[in-house]
Design a protein around this ligand. Structure first.
Ligand code: GLN
Length: 533
């Protein structure tokens, strides 16, 4: 069993998660079984209750764990399935240790960061990697953060527990260009590595984020001052078109070879063909389409991360370049739907809370009436039902009880099991559930099978009391959970593609294996673009 620890220095947002994911992808291309996990030093138990402004999207795993969006990168770049064991926060560590203390497990000892907190962290390293050849663990935050210290201390200890020959440290750092001096500066990297060495961690590989070539001289300087082999100073330029270029870029500098050598792993040479094909498709698309995403956190880069990635995957599957047009739902309420004109597809993603809800309903109406391909995810499915009930069934006050608790026509309502539950966080319908697809539906055709599993994260549901009327008017049920009977998919009849899903398909899409419904949606958008030409 081999371990790679990924840390970051100088600043956050260096693409540490992507680096870990891309390295995982390359090691898989060598036939190795890889898993990637994240340790986050913040005190929240999980990001489930954090605002998208704080933390971007919440990424949901099959087992229902609500995790950091980096786990999305890990699952998109590698084939291993992740579980709640692969996502750890300081909040969880302290919660576990305090519970043990209350139970008396420590037999009256003084409970301390070393060894009790660090033991708990080391235990999760061991558990997170069961059954694979290599475990990559990314430590969130930046070297020098107070809250990150127990994690780094645990890694320092772990290298002795597992044997130094079985552990590699990769440090991501920034090599900034300073305009006034007209040169790249290595000092911030030197200092962040010095900080790591103070703790007792010597990086083996340095991944240097930079906007231009670092050059031989800087490479030598970084190698000398940071005590890293010259080959192991990896230049990580900002990728031009797509994050999926990253594995190729790192492979060109033989990062996988350095890791394999450093850890003494016997494996086959790298076969990078699948990533080459993905990049080829991105660089040479045959089609061009414009898809609008109508949401409430549209100005944030990361709030709909997996949705944007999945749309790109749908494009890759269809050899299309998809231009994603971000549309603020509230703008539709105040300025009308002019911004939707000319789009080849419209997508409404998931969400919570009232803001922008009427704008989303307007987007649904526009797509339905103008027969523009439409795809609604979770809340996007719920507004599809509300819009249909209002404008086709004529139930003018139809709504979800999330937004209008007194609505006379609650077409979306709270699940029985959720009634009376008030604690936020972890009380939703979370994780993987079955869905039986309806013969003849768009969804059945796209998936190519009858029974599927998809991930959920919501409290409210399609109200079955309206099903007969909605179906008779043309809102077909495309899939149902066989255990509970809950409606999971709706589709508008006599429309090129209008599908709403109660789950989050964006958590199961990969660049080389686009989610079937995202692929079908982009395909429908391509057809639409041909019509409007
Ligand atoms: N707010 C809705 C619910 O809780 C939808 C949630 C979502 O889109 N993830 O059911």
């Amino acid at each position: 069993m081999k371990y790679i620890f990924v840390t970051g220095g100088v600043i956050s947002s260096l693409g540490k998660g992507l680096t870990a994911a891309a390295l995982g992808a390359l090691l898989e291309c060598r036939g190795l079984k890889v898993r990637i996990q994240k340790f986050d030093p913040y005190l929240n138990v999980d990001p489930g209750t954090m605002s998208p402004y704080q933390h971007g999207e919440v990424y949901v795993l099959n087992d229902g764990a609500e995790t950091d969006l980096d786990l999305g990168h890990y699952e998109r770049f590698t084939s291993g399935e992740l579980s709640r064991l692969n996502s750890l926060t300081s909040g969880q560590v302290y919660e576990t240790v305090i519970q043990k203390e209350r139970r008396g497990d420590y037999l009256g000892k003084t409970v301390q960061v070393i060894p009790h907190i660090t033991n708990e962290i080391k235990d999760r390293i061991l558990k997170g990697g069961e059954g694979v050849d290599i475990l990559i663990t990314e430590i969130g935050g930046t070297t020098g953060d107070i809250e990150g210290l127990p994690f780094l201390e645990a890694l320092r200890q772990f290298q002795h527990d597992a044997g130094r020959e079985n552990v590699a440290f990769l440090h991501c750092t920034l090599v900034p260009f300073i305009k006034a001096a007209g040169e790249l500066k290595t000092k911030p990297s030197q200092q962040s590595v010095a900080k790591l060495r103070e703790i007792g961690i010597q990086p083996d590989i340095l991944v240097c984020r930079t906007d231009r070539p670092i050059g031989e001289e800087n490479r030598q300087k970084l190698s000398l001052y940071c005590n890293v082999g010259i080959d192991a100073v990896i230049e990580c330029r900002d990728v031009e078109n797509s994050i999926y270029e990253l594995p190729m870029m790192l492979a060109e500098q033989r990062i996988d070879e350095i890791v394999v050598k450093r850890l003494g792993i016997q494996c086959k040479p790298i076969d990078i063909a699948p990533w080459r094909e993905i990049v080829r498709r991105i660089h040479h698309p045959k089609h061009q389409v414009r898809v609008g995403v109508v949401g409430k956190y549209i100005e944030l880069q990361d709030a709909y991360k997996s949705v944007y990635e999945s749309i790109i995957h749908g494009g890759i599957a269809n050899e299309a370049h998809v231009e994603i047009v971000r549309i603020d739902a509230e703008d539709l309420e105040t300025k009308g739907t002019a911004s939707l004109a000319g789009l080849d597809g419209i997508l409404v993603p998931g969400g919570f809370g009232n803001r922008g809800i009427e704008g989303k309903i307007l987007a649904v109406q526009f797509a339905r009436e103008n027969k523009i391909p439409f795809y609604g995810l979770c809340l996007g499915m719920q507004v599809t039902v509300i819009e249909f009930a209002r404008h086709v069934l004529g139930l003018k006050q139809a709504h979800s009880t999330e937004f209008a608790p007194q609505s006379p026509d609650p077409v979306i309502h709270l699940m029985e099991s959720q009634k009376g539950v008030f604690t936020k966080g972890g009380t939703m319908r979370l994780g993987k559930f079955d869905c039986q697809l309806t013969a003849g539906s768009h969804s059945r055709a796209a998936y190519g099978k009858d029974l599927i599993q998809e991930r959920h994260r919501h409290r409210f549901e399609y109200n079955d009391a309206y099903r007969t009327r909605l179906e008779a008017a043309g809102l077909i049920v495309g899939g149902v959970n066989p255990q509970s009977g809950l409606v999971e998919i709706v589709e508008v009849k006599d429309h090129p593609f209008m599908v709403g899903v109660q789950y989050h398909p964006e958590f199961k899409s990969k660049p080389n294996q686009a989610h079937p419904l995202f692929a079908a949606f982009v395909k429908a958008a391509i057809e639409q673009s041909k019509k409007s030409c």
